[in-house]
Every structure is written in structure tokens, then in C-alpha cells.
Design a protein around this ligand. Structure first.
Ligand code: 4NP
Length: 158
């Protein structure tokens, strides 16, 4: 079993979108029984909240339902439970590096490392943006999660 945690700042926009899009891609590829994912925020301000309605709307446009997800903050145990912890931007990655317990095995990376063709290394925070900014996040997630599946050895065009 491979465990992947997506992390942003608030866990209500980017990382729940990544979680929903990646889970749908795993289901489409028939590997949902082998790859599990979750998402969390480096901050706890939105703990217990459903994803931002603008993220839910943008994900729904490609058939991904985020409504059942609930925000939580990253906890030390995450660095032992998850094989990969994938940050949306450099600030998230820095916060994660500072939080990682010594000897905890999780590999920390930027999610966009898995989408080299996107020519962007951070997922822009759409929180103060427009509906199109939320659609752009979904499009980046589609690219990055496909690259992530390929990196995990899942082939095909799911
Ligand atoms: P996220 O977006 O990190 O993609 O979930 C944000 C959500 C909330 C806030 C900032 C970013 N906030 O300042 O409350």
C-alpha cells in the first residue's frame, strides 16, 4: 500500500482538490486498493470545514465531488504514516520540513515536480482569486496527479 498526503495552507482549496482528483484517477486506473490518499493544511484555521464552495464547483465541472472532505491540520504522525507528502508551494514545503520529526521516513516533495510540462513549480493559491483561478487549480491537479501515478508505476491513460 502506498500512502500519499497532499498539503496546502488551509486544506480547503488546493490540497482537497488534489486529493479528490487523485482519488478519482486511482479509481479510474483500478489501483484505489493499492494507493491511498488524504490531505491536510499546515495551518488549522479551517479545521472541520468542507472544501471552499468555489473549489467544489470547479472540481464538479470534471465530475469530482469534494463535498465529503473535511479540513484538518498536519500532525507529526503524518510523517510516519505517509510515504509521500506533497506540498502545493514552497512555503508549505518549508513548513513541512520544519515539522518533520527526526527519522520520520516520509518523502517531502512539491506536487508540481510530477508535472514538468506545466512549467510551474507551485500551485497558485486561488483563495483570493476568481472562479477561473479555481479551474486552473483543477487543471494543474489533473496534470500533476497523472504524473504522480506514472511515477508510482501505474501505466495507462486513466
Ligand atoms: P489553500 O487556500 O491553502 O489552498 O486551502 C487557502 C485557504 C484559506 C486561506 C489561505 C489559503 N486563509 O487565509 O484562510
Amino acid at each position: 500500500m502506498t500512502q500519499v498526503l497532499f498539503v496546502c495552507l488551509g486544506n480547503i482549496c488546493r490540497s482537497p482538490t488534489a486529493e479528490g482528483v487523485f482519488r478519482a484517477a486511482c479509481e479510474a486506473a483500478g489501483v484505489a486498493g493499492h494507493i491511498q490518499c488524504d490531505s491536510a493544511g499546515t495551518a488549522g484555521w479551517h479545521r472541520g470545514e468542507a472544501p471552499d464552495l468555489r473549489s467544489q464547483a470547479a472540481a464538479k465541472e470534471i465530475g469530482v465531488d469534494l463535498s465529503m472532505l473535511r479540513a484538518r491540520q498536519v500532525v507529526p504522525d503524518d510523517f510516519y504514516r505517509f510515504d509521500f507528502i506533497l506540498a502545493m508551494d514552497r512555503a508549505n514545503l518549508k513548513a513541512l520540513r520544519e515539522m518533520q520529526p527526526t527519522n520520520a521516513p516520509a518523502q517531502l516533495r512539491l506536487l508540481m515536480d510530477f508535472a514538468p510540462n506545466a512549467r510551474i513549480d507551485e500551485v497558485p493559491d486561488p483563495y483570493h482569486g476568481t472562479p477561473d483561478d479555481f479551474r486552473d487549480v483543477v487543471a494543474l491537479m489533473v496534470q500533476a496527479t497523472a504524473g504522480l501515478l506514472a511515477a508510482l508505476g501505474v501505466s495507462g491513460n486513466a
